[in-house]
Ligand binder design. Sequence first.
Ligand code: ADP
Ligand code: MG
Length: 233
Amino acid sequence: MPTSIVRLESVQKTYQTGDNVITALASTDLTLESNQLTLIMGPSGSGKTTLLSIVGCVIYPTLGEVFYNKKNVTKLSEDELSEIRLREIGFVFQQFNLIEPLTALENVMQPLLLQGETAARAKERALTALEAVGLQDRVGNLPKKLSGGQKQRVAIARALVTNPTMILCDEPTASLDAKSAGVIMEELKNLALQGKAVIIVTHDLRLRKYADKIIYVEEGIVSNNISNEEDYK
Ligand code: ADP
Ligand code: MG
């Protein structure tokens, strides 16, 4: 059953550059749940990454409050926020962000080593995560020896290896061909079925078929609670 993981209450984000104030996100109320694949859609510059960064405890809102598992994270220090990110949230980006001189296995071990896991145990858990995304035959490869789709699957393994409650993806399929994008979306859908909150920013309309819920952002205004009914397909 879906349960609430993140709640935004009257959250707003503005950026000041010189005399200009940009409202990246207008006042927003929003709940994101486990066991669901949520898409955040909207044109370029509409505020999607800003919204995802607030949900992921990467930036503070200018106004309003953010609750992560009922804890008010708006009140936490930078260090406490980074601890939540490391332990509870997995991130996947368009550009994979793999460390080039490290193998797939070593890349996936990194978050566990940061958490203080022993190398032996980190290796064991990383192998399990790579197997979960179907890359057991590629664990010793450097990123440059992997296709775009395989690199993104390594990035997903790295995001899920710490067993986070939530996985946030910013345009995860934007650098991929249609077939690889389909494989990635199936992986992410599976993680939602297994109970994780999977939140994906995209402007690819074709991804709507994977969504349990779609949130539209336009000029910083969030249209909330649109379930993925036939009308929206
Ligand atoms: P999207 O991800 O939908 O393309 P963003 O959330 O990146 O949109 O940006 C929303 C708006 O906020 C844009 O007008 C962008 O220029 C502005 N913006 C984003 N980050 C910053 C920043 N760090 N400083 C100033 N303006 C920013
Ligand atoms: Mg963006």
